[in-house]
Design a protein around this ligand. Structure first.
Ligand code: DC
Length: 213
């Protein structure tokens, strides 16, 4: 039976780098669920929807063609047969719209089902906002990576990304369906004053102490 290491946290907390590195070290598949919400948002914007049309967006997302391929140990989502570039997934337009699209409950249902189905492919490291709370609440391995708002905003601008971190966090934490929370049973790690390697080591330490690494 395959298992999931669930990594949650706010925008720019460093969770993607931690999850990616961890997956490589442990030989697990890496799944970035934020990119799935970004991919659907890109398609919604590309199809010309007004973000207020949540019912139309829900219907569109239900039938959207999504495929998942293993590319060197990371799962990539193809949207209508197309692999999206990092520039497309992280564009200013997608940054500004993704939290709104992620509030549409049928969008979440579709993607949560897809995320659960990935478990048949093997052991996973999956990162997002609701992995330990909703997608895999029974996972024995849950981590919540945090960092102060200043540190997170600085990290994003250092990457040259124009991202509205504070606004997205507010929307992601206060939405009705699957808000960002510290999942029950998760180990919270504040990465504000830690290097990437130190955070990964802290996660590995915990996993080792439980015989899982
Ligand atoms: O991880 P990220 O910052 O790239 O995620 C982009 C957005 O997707 C985030 O602001 C909220 C949404 N998201 C979500 O609602 N649930 C997840 N499991 C992952 C991301």
């Amino acid at each position: 039976m395959s298992t999931v290491i669930a990594i949650d946290g706010p925008a720019a907390s460093g969770k993607s780098s931690v999850a990616h590195q961890l997956a490589g070290k442990l030989g697990r598949l890496y799944v970035n669920t934020g990119n799935m919400y970004r991919g659907v948002t890109w398609a919604v914007l590309n199809a010309g929807f007004d973000l207020k049309e949540s019912e139309a967006i829900a219907a569109y997302a239900k039938d959207l063609k999504l495929e998942f391929v293993d590319e060197g140990g990371r799962i990539l989502m193809l949207v209508n047969g197309r692999s999206l570039t990092d520039e497309e997934l992280n564009s200013e337009k997608v940054n500004g719209a993704v939290s709104l699209v992620a509030q549409v409950s049928d969008v979440r249902t579709r993607l949560v089902n897809e995320q659960r189905a990935l478990l048949v492919r093997g052991d996973l490291v999956m990162e997002g906002r609701d992995i330990g709370s909703i997608v895999f609440p029974d996972s024995p391995f849950k981590f919540y990576i945090d960092a102060s708002e200043e540190v997170r905003a600085a990290r994003r601008s250092k990457q040259g990304l124009n991202d509205t971190v504070a606004m997205r966090d507010k929307l992601d934490s206060t939405r009705k369906t699957a808000p960002l929370i510290v999942p029950e049973g998760a180990l919270r790690i504040d990465s504000s004053d830690l290097s990437l390697d130190q955070v990964v080591e802290r996660v590995l330490e915990e996993l080792r102490s439980r015989g899982a690494a």
